[in-house]
Design a protein around this ligand. Sequence first.
Ligand SMILES: Nc1nc2c(ncn2[C@@H]2O[C@H](COP(=O)(O)OP(=O)(O)OP(=O)(O)O)[C@@H](O)[C@H]2O)c(=O)[nH]1
Ligand SMILES: [Mg+2]
Length: 396
Amino acid sequence: MSSNIGSEAQAAYQKYLDAGSKEEKIKRLEEFLSLVPKHKATEKIVALNKSRLAKLRREVEEKKQKSKASKPVSPFSIKKEGIQIILLSDYHAPGTGKTSLLHYLTGAAKDKIGKFTALPEIGIYKYKNVRFQVVDMPSLMEDASKGIGNGKEILAQVRAADLLCLLVDLSRNYKPQIELLLNELEEAEIRLNVEPPAITIEKTGSNRIQVFYITKESKENLNIPELTEKIIDLVHANGIRNGVVKVYGKISLDDVLDALTPAVVYSKAVLICTKGDLPYTSEEFEKIKSEYSNLFPWIIGTSVHKKTFPEDFGDKILSFLKKIKIFTKNAGKVAEKPLILNEDSTVKDVTLKIHKTFFELFDHAIVIREGARQKRKKVGLDYALKDRDIVEIHTR
Ligand SMILES: Nc1nc2c(ncn2[C@@H]2O[C@H](COP(=O)(O)OP(=O)(O)OP(=O)(O)O)[C@@H](O)[C@H]2O)c(=O)[nH]1
Ligand SMILES: [Mg+2]
């Protein structure tokens, strides 16, 4: 830089060059421009740096606008941390015990128990080094799915959760409580405890609808020519003229409609019946089990006052969600915190979960499985893992 700008300005310019962030660079450039003497010899430098300053300001402003737009404005939108569990109940039977359960599991929100919860409360339930994020949502009003009582915002987060806990107060009439929840979730296109339909629909450029029955099971559907015709009718009725429909198993026409509705999500839900310490609640609990066990394979009867709650709740959640715990081993040491993966995961999934370079540089893995005939095994990327396997990745 030319010496006729003065030493102070030169020092400021050096600071500008060293600055890390754009905000810092702006500050330093402003300083530099205020210090540099304005005359013919510096004219070019001043002009150049003024335009640099303008560009930096523009970039910072754009970044600000973008982050404003992408930031969730809704207080009901909760960023996931680990496995997200949402507690839900019927607003019309207040005080079901959500906040009490949140506190029991996580220690959070003690002072909020017995008060109406208007905004979500969050806690972390720690179980054997696995972290579950528990979200105590405000209860759902009738027509929540139409937006009543912040319903749309609450249900938007419910769609993203890993597990829904529907709480029912055993000391009150259980039926309206359960039915309200089922109804609002159904209206919000959230299907509970069912597998996604064994059918996919893809638009193509082929100018007709083709239906393929891919698996042995799919070929066991009744009256395939008639089914195919009905599928094509439904797909046409949804405005799709060209596409490929693949059927993987037994399906109904409702499944076809669900596959045509991208808004449908498939969630896992457990029914938690609260206040089991109060009179006559065990009879109610038995009735719930006999009426609802087809919809809810997992129903728990509890009392936080009596501390009757499954001690192994964390393990039960993982097996209900079909997840496995994998322990990585590095430099002879087994990690305390497991990786949580889907039960059909392979060694490849472990490498990708750690970092993609482990996948790219993968050579082999050693899997240590307690109780297996061969406890230590050298394996490749496709090796199927089981719960509690210890995996040591070796790279090239
Ligand atoms: N007897 C009994 N009472 C309970 C139990 N769990 C919670 N309660 C009581 O039920 C009342 C309401 O509990 P909360 O946990 O605040 O209920 P909530 O579902 O969070 O209520 P909202 O936020 O209004 O939807 C409190 O007075 C609790 O002490 C239980 O296991 N047994
Ligand atoms: Mg509450």
